[in-house]
Design a protein around this ligand. Structure first.
Ligand code: HSE
Length: 371
């Protein structure tokens, strides 16, 4: 019998990407889909050109309805998880909960899913009765897919990172705000007379427009366009941002490393004005000195999405930019070279689509395992 799968938060950005991928992969053929809503209960189920889901949206807060499901997959966000998950579990529901939100990630009876990396842990977890599966933080998942081979062969002593994270990671209203910021500047830039002024005059005017009281910045608090924001998420007591803290803690949880064998990972997370691709620059201290050729081989052989980009300008511009990766499952990794600091120090740069491998795809694949 087909498993009854409830979809919550399927209309949002991550949820929509998830549904699109499921339609592409024809995943809906293998499940009985039940769609829920927190705000539009009773309206018609979603309709796609090649897939119709007859029936009406159910109440995402109705515990009795949720209890009928074998699997729940939610992209509704933290508040929903916090509110519904404990009640549902304490009501005795023992179905599978697959979640995009971060709340349950570090729970001891939850697994962070990224199957190209931790497929065996997922299999063992299902066997051992684990019922809660959570997608990792996007930066973490994208880093792990890119460096999978080095993690798998236990070659990494530590990683220091700088990230260049897209607006989409903050949520859809942030992308809109970034576009509004562009629009706001355009009121000046689109005037014919603007470009007859000297470049320093234009630059001065543009800068003063970004300081305008009406400049759209309700969400980001400051302009992101023509700027960057070296702080993502809340603050940790040790001076890290929470996004930075997640890199080491989630990575080691995904790898199930023992306490004395933890991979040390730290650095700075930065928001930039790309739309949906996160980029990351790494300095990696290797446990042993291995040749660059061997490193490239280890990286490329790890999973079918990672691709080593040769370290030259032409290939980098063609294949190692957010715009060349957006909307794909590709994980290019390039700028690979040994640093002048020493032969165990590797430099690398990688990019991934924050909504695909960074959010929806690990959840889609987890659902597929369960059905
Ligand atoms: N925390 C990420 C970001 C979102 O702000 O870019 C992906 O989990």
């Amino acid at each position: 019998m087909k498993k009854k799968v409830g979809f919550i938060g399927w209309r949002g950005m991550v949820g929509s990407v998830l549904l699109k991928r499921m339609l592409e992969e024809k995943d809906f053929l293998h499940i009985k889909s039940i769609f829920f809503s927190t705000s539009q209960i009773g309206e018609k189920n979603p309709k796609f050109s090649n897939f119709l889901f007859p029936g009406f949206l159910k109440d995402a807060y109705n515990i009795e309805e949720l209890k009928k499901l074998d699997i729940i997959i939610t992209c509704q966000g933290s508040l929903y998880t916090q509110k519904v998950f404990p009640i549902l579990r304490s009501s005795g529901w023992s179905g599978y909960w697959i979640d995009a939100a971060s709340d349950l990630r570090m729970n001891k009876d939850a697994l962070i899913v990224l199957d190209p990396i931790n497929h065996m842990h997922i299999k063992n977890a299902i066997y051992n009765g684990i019922k809660t599966f959570v997608g990792g933080n996007c930066t973490v998942s994208l880093m792990m897919l890119a460096l999978g081979g080095l993690f798998r062969q236990n070659l990494i002593k530590w990683v220091s990172f700088s990230t260049y994270q897209a607006a989409s990671g903050a949520g859809s209203k942030y992308i809109k705000e970034l576009l509004e910021q562009i629009n706001f500047l355009n009121q000046y830039l689109s005037k014919k007379s603007t470009f007859s002024q000297s470049i320093l005059k234009i630059e001065k005017n543009i800068t003063s427009i970004t300081k305008n009281f009406d400049f759209p910045k309700k969400n980001f608090l400051i302009p992101l366009i023509l700027n960057l924001i070296p702080w993502i998420d809340s603050s940790m007591p040790n001076g890290q941002s929470k996004e930075e803290w997640k890199m080491e803690s989630e990575t080691n949880k995904i790898l199930s490393t023992e306490n004395n064998n933890r991979v040390l990972i730290d650095g700075t997370c930065v928001r930039v004005s790309s739309l949906r691709c996160h980029s990351q620059s790494f300095v990696i201290k290797l446990k042993k000195d291995i040749s660059l050729h061997k490193i490239e081989e280890i990286l490329s052989n790890d999973n079918k999405w990672v691709k080593v980009i040769s370290n030259d300008k032409e290939s980098t511009l063609k294949e190692l930019t957010p715009l060349s990766v957006t909307g794909t499952l590709n994980i290019p990794i390039g700028r690979l070279r040994k640093l002048n600091i020493g032969s165990k120090y590797l430099s690398a740069f990688t990019i991934g689509d924050q909504l695909l491998w960074g959010a929806a795809e690990p959840l889609r694949r987890m659902l597929k395992f369960l059905v």
